[in-house]
Write a protein that binds this ligand. Structure first.
Ligand SMILES: Cc1cc2nc3c(=O)[nH]c(=O)nc-3n(C[C@H](O)[C@H](O)[C@H](O)COP(=O)(O)OP(=O)(O)OC[C@H]3O[C@@H](n4cnc5c(N)ncnc54)[C@H](O)[C@@H]3O)c2cc1C
Length: 384
């Protein structure tokens, strides 16, 4: 049986590891358009705090992974088409056959629609190669404009501040982490970041970025102009669905898969940031690890439908740590402040019957392992 995996991110490599345990001798081909180094993507937003370069964040080269996984890993190779009927893919113009194919394609950073001549100084960091480029561009600079106050924007704001940069952050909603946290918890994180020196521009978006000397001038939607050396955009991710869509697979926000992570076409599966599992797009590590374990079994002949316990998300803002079991749109309830001590907030999301559906902890509450475990047991599973 030849298994072909597209992608060497955490989804692709975790699946390869789990599958290899069950299939010691079968053929495994892994294709990636990047350099195939094995790294932990969440570490990208801790690089300045820990003083790590991209090379230091890389744990193994593609060659080391190939040896470990007994796999043929093809780097800087781009898959441009899938023929689900012939069961082939096109890789840099050559045709490759598969028995089973797994899409572990990840997600693209959303590009803000910006005007201006300074776009070459606007960076996104969503993989190790991006990180290397950003570090090179930011070397010797002092002021970073961060677009977006979500999880990734806040983590980078904290990390860059720790690295000695002066950070200005723009967030159209009037508070940080608006999609994840209730207002009181957002304020706790925002004020802790302010204490670190981060300047916020809330309620506005960036309209244009112009070159100004060696740096940039950003024009905000209220007409205000701010200056910086370089821009880091972190306004969200979009699952990579184009390849699947062109091949006739069902796509929605992500590549649509069922509980077996099977797409609408036989013998093609999807996992990780690119996948929409039973209606859920969960661009986090724990869901993809659970998916990798289940899919390895399914691909080995033991059909294993996925289920997700609640998997609280940690936001790596060490100045004010956050743990949140978010409230999903289908969960009707309201956020209630349960306890607060300065920037330490405990908020509970409950329905009208008082049933706990989610929680948000900041500061010392986020570091309380017993509290996290207790609440974690009470919140309902995400996918039963
Ligand atoms: C800064 C940052 C911090 C994060 N922190 C956390 C955290 O603390 N906790 C948490 O749970 N999650 C965190 N996340 C999210 C988590 O890292 C991702 O959910 C996870 O790494 C996604 O892995 P993936 O393998 O699905 O995608 P990727 O890592 O994006 O891998 C996609 C792969 O597909 C390949 N590829 C794509 N298209 C093609 C093609 N056409 N041909 C060939 N190859 C292709 C790429 O080369 C790449 O190898 C963070 C994300 C970021 C950016």
């Amino acid at each position: 049986m030849a298994l072909v995996i597209i992608g060497t991110g955490l989804a692709g490599y975790n699946l390869a590891r789990e599958w290899r345990k069950l299939n010691p001798t079968d053929e495994l081909v892994i294709i990636t358009r990047d350099d195939g180094r094995n790294y932990s993507k969440p570490m990208l937003s801790t690089g300045y705090t820990k003083g790590k370069t991209a090379d230091q964040l890389a744990m193994q080269t593609a060659a080391q992974m190939a040896e470990q996984l007994k796999a043929d890993i093809r780097t800087f190779a781009s898959v441009s088409a899938i023929d689900a009927t012939a069961k082939t893919i096109t890789v840099d113009g050559a045709v490759l056959a598969y028995d089973k194919l797994v899409l572990a394609l990840g997600a693209d950073p959303f590009q803000p629609p910006l005007a201006g001549d300074g776009l070459a100084r606007v960076y996104t960091v969503n993989d190790l190669l991006d990180y290397a480029k950003f570090q090179q561009a930011a070397a010797g600079k002092k002021n970073v404009i961060v677009i977006g106050g979500g999880l990734i924007g806040c983590e980078y704001a904290n990390d860059l501040s720790n690295g000695g940069y002066s950070v200005q952050l723009i967030e159209p909603v009037g508070r940080v982490l608006p999609a994840l946290l209730p207002t009181m918890a957002s304020h706790a994180v925002g004020s802790a970041l302010e204490g670190l020196g981060v300047t916020f521009h809330f309620g506005v978006s960036v309209q244009a970025v112009y070159n100004e000397g060696e740096g940039v001038r950003a024009v905000l939607s209220d007409g205000k102009e701010i200056s910086g050396d370089i821009v880091l955009s972190a306004i969200g991710l979009r699952p990579r669905i184009a390849l699947a869509k062109e091949a006739g697979l069902t796509v929605n926000r992500g590549v649509v898969v069922n509980r077996l992570l099977a797409t609408s076409q036989p013998d093609i599966y999807a996992l990780g940031d690119c996948a929409e599992v039973d209606g859920l797009v969960l661009p986090y590590v724990l869901p993809l690890m659970a998916g990798a374990r289940a899919l390895a079994k399914t691909l080995s002949g033991q059909a294993s439908p996925i289920s997700y316990a609640a998997m609280p998300v940690q936001v790596k803002t060490p100045v004010c740590p956050v743990v949140v079991a978010p409230a999903f749109p289908h969960m009707q309830g309201e956020w209630l402040l349960d306890a607060q001590d300065g920037n330490s907030v405990k908020a509970l999301y409950k329905n009208s019957d008082g049933v706990l559906l989610g929680f948000a902890l900041t500061g010392t509450f986020a570091g309380d392992a017993a509290l996290k475990a207790e609440l974690g047991k009470l919140v309902p599973a995400w996918l039963v």
